[in-house]
Every structure is written in C-alpha cells, then in structure tokens.
Design a protein around this ligand. Structure first.
Ligand code: CO8
Length: 256
C-alpha cells in the first residue's frame, strides 16, 4: 500500500510510500490518505500524528503530474476540491499533526505539510510551490495556507517565481518549526512530547482559537476566544490542572 499507517507508542505515523515517484500524490493516494486519516481519528489513545515520506530524497514531490494532463475542466475542479478536502481533514483531526519533511516538499507535498499543525525538517529538505513552471497554480490549499504561515510577501514570491527554499531558510522564515540535524523521527517524538501530556480537548480548543481566529476580525476572534476558553474551563482537566497547581503536584489529565 502506498500509504502506510503504524503506531509508535502513543503516536501514529503515516508514511507516503511511493519513493520511485518521489511519493507523488496520485488521486488514489489522496483517497488512501483520507482513509488513513479517518483511521487515526478513530484510534484509541493517540496523542499526535506524524507525516513523512519513504526514501532518502523526498517527503512528497506534489500532485502526480502524469495524471494531470488531458482532463476535463470538471474533473480538474473536482480533483482540486478533493485534494483540498483531504488536507482539510488533516487540519481538523482531533489530534495535532507534525509533518517530518525529509527531502523535497513540492507542490501538493508542501500543501500537505502546510495542513499539518507543525513542521519539522531535515537538512536536505527543500520546499517549493513550482506549479507556475507547469503553467499551473497551487490547487491543494497552497495559495491560502502559505501566506497564513510565512506572510503574503514571501508567499507571493515563492508562488509567482516557483523559487524553492532550503531547510535553513525555511526555518528562518517560519515555514518550519525546527530544522533537525539528527534523527528526524526521534526529534519529532521529542517535539510532540512537548504537548502530548496535556488534555486533548483543551489542545483542540487552543488550535481552533488560533486557526479559526485567522479568518476573523479581531473582535470576532476575541469572541471566539472567550467561547473556547470558557469551554476549556468547563473541562474536568481544567479543574484537575488548577487543583494540582494549588496542591503542588503533577496534574493527571484524562481528556475530559
Ligand atoms: N509527479 C509524478 N512523477 C514525479 C513527480 C510528480 N510530481 N515528481 C517526481 N516524479 C517522478 C519522476 O518522473 C521520476 O520518475 P521516472 O524515474 O519514472 O522518470 C522520479 O519521480 C524521480 O524524479 P526525478 O528523476 O525528476 O528526480 P530528481 O532528483 O532529478 O528531481 C525533483 C527531483 C526536483 C523533485 C523533480 O522530480 C521535480 O521537479 N518534480 C516535480 C515537482 C513539481 O512540479 N511538483 C508540483 C506538481 S503540481 C501540484 O502539486 C499541484 C497541481 C495542482 C493540483 C490540482 C489537481 C487537480
């Protein structure tokens, strides 16, 4: 199967496994990703999902270009909406996700990583939205998520010139959270342990406040924050966290 899903302790690891085509996203692979994401959402005890690509060269080199030619406009439109919907499923997963970018992340590959909550990369990672070189523009969310992550001026430059960005620049401009020199999965596990002990619903309220807030006015965003922070306050985990502080002990969160 070109999309593998395995468990690593309290985490899930999804691997795009089509190294001969640099893990390019055929429509069949996109459908498999969707199915695996549904499995992750239903897996008991999972605290985070990691995404990576098989092989030494690529996280994912984008949409499968060989499938794109000669399609009807209707099929092309449905294809773009399908890819967007699959990546939105990642965005809305009940657990945070961490893309471990171990090589090229081009086109749909970068768009996949952008839909993850966090991005870590190895020194050989290269990021780009080179669609203009094909006479296309990004279609799986890149024009919307990239400016939200690195700002409009830098995103416009990457999208209009197709220029790729190496790992050190990606870290400098905030495209990735960490550039890792050692083992990428080990670093990912360490990174995820920075949040995985906290209450999952509380983490989700925080993610929702930040991510949905980006689409709102400041006033609307503050209202959303007031609603979500009240929902967090209502959890047993908030009661436990505050009690543990007063009793000078470690809290035991139960995701409720
Ligand atoms: N699609 C299909 N096959 C690919 C892709 C791809 N995106 N990328 C690489 N491959 C294949 C190559 O064809 C080659 O196969 P073969 O050996 O059979 O010829 C194999 O992978 C290895 O690739 P290279 O020999 O090219 O490896 P290099 O190390 O020389 O180069 C690169 C690596 C620079 C990553 C190069 O492969 C490349 O430029 N790939 C294309 C990157 C790209 O343009 N990505 C964007 C694709 S478009 C997109 O993602 C969104 C479009 C809008 C979507 C809307 C849809 C409905």
């Amino acid at each position: 199967m070109p999309v593998k899903l395995e468990r690593k302790d309290e985490f899930a690891l999804l691997t795009l496994d089509r190294p001969a085509a640099l893990n390019a996203l055929s429509f069949a692979i996109l459908a498999e990703i969707a199915a695996r994401l549904d499995e992750v959402a239903a897996m008991p005890g999972i605290r985070a999902l990691f995404l990576t690509g098989a092989g030494e060269k690529a996280f994912c080199a984008g949409a499968d270009i060989k499938e794109l030619r000669g399609r009807s406009l209707h099929d092309q439109r449905c294809g773009a909406e399908f890819g967007q919907a699959v990546f939105a499923r990642l965005d809305r997963l009940p657990v945070p996700s961490v893309a471990l970018v171990n090589g090229y992340a081009f086109g749909g590959g970068l768009e996949f990583a952008l839909a993850a909550t966090f991005r870590l990369c190895s020194a050989n990672a290269v990021f780009g939205l080179p669609e203009v070189k094909l006479g296309l523009i990004p279609g799986y969310g890149g024009t919307q998520r990239l400016p939200r992550v690195i700002g409009e001026p830098r995103a416009l430059e990457m999208i209009l010139t197709g220029r790729s960005v190496k790992a050190d620049e990606a870290e400098r401009i905030g495209l990735v959270h960490r550039l890792v020199t050692g083992d990428l999965l080990e670093a990912g596990l360490d990174f995820a342990r920075g949040f995985s002990g906290y209450s999952l619903p509380v983490l989700e309220f925080a993610r929702r406040a930040v991510q949905r807030g980006g689409d709102l006015t400041l006033h609307e965003g503050l209202q959303l924050e007031a609603e979500l922070s009240t929902l967090a306050y209502r959890t047993q985990d908030a009661e436990e966290g505050m009690a543990a502080f007063e009793e000078k002990r470690k809290p035991e969160f139960r995701d409720g």
